[in-house]
Design a protein around this ligand. Structure first.
Ligand code: SF4
Length: 159
């Protein structure tokens, strides 16, 4: 069954957001959390961007498949069925899957479809994944291992 599309920016290939993976990242519009100091306020409007239908998503996966090992969603958990459908399509191509969410937890039906999960709202005084005092957690779900330390390594490398 086709899922209702949600809107996204065109995807980008990225190298640091998921450790040891080359990811195709989709930013989904309409984040309802409104974290103070959010760096992605241009993604709050659910009407912005273009509809990411299952067909369009599938075309992107085919186009980038030879380059990537993972598909990453910045948000989208507020459209549960649409996100599930996309994750199933990615899994069908043997790609890893990751979700960045500002929530503390997500439904089991999403966890089943994810390899990596970043949780926690943006809190400027605590910082992001590179910070030692952050409230955010990046977890490899198969092992339950917390991978925040990998982001601190990247931070040192870039400094
Ligand atoms: S969860 Fe992320 S995108 Fe949503 S408001 Fe918070 S910082 Fe911004």
């Amino acid at each position: 069954m086709r899922s209702k599309p949600f809107n996204s920016f065109p995807p980008q290939v990225c190298f640091q957001e998921v450790p040891d993976e080359v990811s195709l990242a989709f930013t989904i519009f309409g984040c309802p959390l409104r974290c103070p100091g959010c760096h992605s306020q241009d993604s709050w409007d659910p009407q912005a961007g273009q509809p990411l239908s299952d067909e369009r998503f599938g075309h992107y996966l085919q186009r980038y498949r030879h380059l990537i090992t993972c598909v990453l969603f910045f948000g989208g958990e507020w459209h549960l069925e649409a996100l599930e459908a996309k994750l199933d399509l990615a899994k069908g191509l043997d790609l890893k899957t990751c979700l960045y969410t500002g929530l503390e937890r997500v439904p089991q039906r999403l966890l089943r479809r994810l390899d990596y999960l970043k949780t926690g709202a943006w809190q400027a005084h605590l910082g992001g994944l590179q910070s030692t005092v952050t409230n955010q957690r990046f977890v490899a779900l198969a092992t339950g291992n917390l991978l925040n330390f990998r982001f601190r390594e990247n931070n040192h490398a870039a400094a």
